[in-house]
Design a protein around this ligand. Structure first.
Ligand code: ZN
Length: 272
C-alpha cells in the first residue's frame, strides 16, 4: 500500500526525523530559496532578514511584475554574492522576451508599467537569466522542469509528468504562489501536499524524489498574506518553509503612488 512520507497532512510544524544521508546541494550549507518576489521590496527584505544566515540564495523567477520596486528587487538579489536565479514569465514579459497576450488584464497592465521602469542594468540582468539551472542535486525552474516558463504544478497529475524532466532527487519550482511539495515514491506514485504555515521536512529518503515550491515572497495566493520562503539545509538534510510578516501597508502605499491597479494593491492584504 502506498504511504506518503509526510502523513496525510503537512500542517503547522511538521518535523520528521530520520537518519538520512547528507544532501549535496552545493558548496553552501544553508540555502535560502525564494520565488515570485514580484517587485515587492519590503517583503523581499523581510524574507532575507528571516532567512539569514544563509550561504547562498536561490531565486525561482518572477523577480519583477505586479509590484512597485522592480529595479530595487533585482539590485538586492544581485547584491547577494552567491546567488542563482532563473527567469519567470513576468521577467520575460517585462523585457519583451514573451508577449503579454496570455496575461490577465491586471497582470498585463503591471507588466507594461514594469517594462517602462526597468533600468538598462536590470534589463540586461533579466535578459541573461536561464530558464532552467542546476546546483548539486537540485534543479531550479520557475513553472516546472517540463515547461519552465508557463506550466503550473498545482496537483499530483501535473507533477507526475515533471519527474521525467529532471535528473537527481530534487527540483525547486515557483509560479503557483502556493507553498507545496510533490513526492514520488520509489515505486513511482506521486502525491501532492500544500504546506500550511511553517513546516520542516526531512529530504534524504533513499529512492524518493521531490519537487518543492517555496511559495511567493511578494504576492502569496494561499489565503495567508505573509511572505513565504524556504530554507534548505544541505548539512542536516532538511527543507524548512517559513512565513514572514512584513509591512504590507508600505508596499500598498508605494503601489498607489505609482498608480498600479487597485485590485493588485488590495489582494496583498488578503493573500489571494
Ligand atoms: Zn509569479
Amino acid at each position: 500500500m502506498w504511504r506518503c512520507p509526510f502523513g496525510d497532512t503537512v500542517a503547522a510544524r511538521l518535523l520528521l526525523r530520520c537518519r538520512s544521508a547528507r544532501l549535496t546541494g552545493a558548496a553552501g550549507v544553508r540555502i535560502g530559496v525564494v520565488s515570485d518576489i514580484h517587485s515587492n521590496l519590503v517583503a523581499f527584505e523581510a524574507v532575507l532578514d528571516a532567512l539569514r544566515p544563509i550561504d547562498q540564495l536561490w531565486c525561482l523567477g518572477d523577480i519583477v511584475g505586479y509590484g512597485p520596486r522592480p529595479n530595487e528587487c533585482v539590485e538586492l538579489l544581485k547584491s547577494e554574492r552567491k546567488h542563482l536565479a532563473v527567469a519567470g514569465n513576468h521577467d520575460c514579459a517585462a523585457i519583451g522576451k514573451i508577449g503579454i497576450d496570455d496575461f490577465n488584464t491586471f497582470a498585463a497592465l503591471a507588466a507594461q508599467w514594469t517594462a517602462d521602469q526597468l533600468s538598462a542594468e536590470t534589463r540586461a540582468y533579466l535578459q541573461a537569466l536561464p530558464t532552467l539551472t542546476a546546483a548539486g542535486e537540485f534543479t531550479l525552474a520557475h513553472g516546472s522542469p517540463r515547461g519552465p516558463i508557463w506550466e503550473y504544478l498545482l496537483d499530483a497529475n501535473a507533477a507526475r509528468l515533471s519527474f521525467d524532466h529532471f535528473e537527481g532527487p530534487f527540483c525547486l519550482v515557483g509560479h503557483t504562489h502556493v507553498p507545496s511539495i510533490f513526492a514520488r515514491s520509489p515505486e513511482g506514485d506521486v502525491q501532492a501536499h500544500r504546506i500550511l504555515g511553517s513546516a520542516e521536512i526531512e529530504l534524504g529518503r533513499p529512492g524518493w524524489r521531490f519537487i518543492l515550491n517555496p511559495g511567493s515572497v511578494g504576492q502569496p495566493r494561499d489565503d495567508d498574506r505573509r511572505a513565504s520562503c524556504l530554507a534548505v539545509d544541505t548539512d542536516r538534510g532538511t527543507a524548512t518553509w517559513h512565513r514572514v510578516e512584513y509591512d504590507i501597508a508600505r508596499t500598498q502605499e508605494m503601489m498607489r503612488q505609482v498608480k498600479l491597479p487597485a485590485r493588485l494593491v488590495e489582494r496583498l492584504a488578503h493573500g489571494w
